[in-house]
Design a binder for this molecule. Sequence first.
Ligand code: PGA
Length: 257
Amino acid sequence: MRWVIGNWKQNKLRFEARELAEAVAQGRASAVGAAEDRVRVGIAPTFLCLDLAVPFAPPGDALWLFAQNVGAQDFGAFTGEIGPTMLLDAGVNGAIIGHSERREHFWETDEDIERKLRCALAAGLQVVLCIGEPLEIREAEQHETFVISQLSTAFFNIPPEHITERLVLAYEPIWAIGTGKTATPAEASAMHHAIRTWMGETFGANGRDRSILYGGSVKPANAAALLAAPDIDGFLVGGASLDAASFLDIVRTAAGG
Ligand code: PGA
């Protein structure tokens, strides 16, 4: 399954978010065209704007709605947190977990991410789990070891029966996020292959078959070349998802048209 998911990050006031969600919802069907059963499109507005997008993401897979983060527990004395069951209750389909900005600016550790992943999958939330290495690790040619170690911690306690379609992975090299510097198709593809191999060795066919998205300065101009490389199943898009036309262009490319 191909996915194109727009991560809006900390952008858009409510009226802007409503307009963007509506424009994406309206343009989605024609951008996806005949690839309706092969391409899923998602948006991830801020928590405060999720409710505005719910009417544009009715049940039935047309547009998927994601939170950018989720708590590591469903309920309780955890001031400021929002749990997976609360998201589902609000009409949200899923959550991004472990984005590098959460790791870097909010000190989320691999262990925090493991707890979030476990709780979200157990609650039945769709999950996009992000992994990716910083520049110095890439330069030291330790990137595969680094990403596989992120995966081994994240999946340490996940029951194999929770490795289903509900889980999507996103490889986002930190040096490519918001920098205009994209991994080459060959670099991204090699890492995706390593991730798929590890998932297959760890969880068998269910692990191997998961969609692995690429993220980091994806634009309409570089989407086709990345998608042509083996093991790249779509995109997590930041900057280019803030404009409906450029986001839908990327969706059109993912749909093959
Ligand atoms: P970018 O962000 O497309 O702006 O590089 C990607 C992401 O952080 O998900």
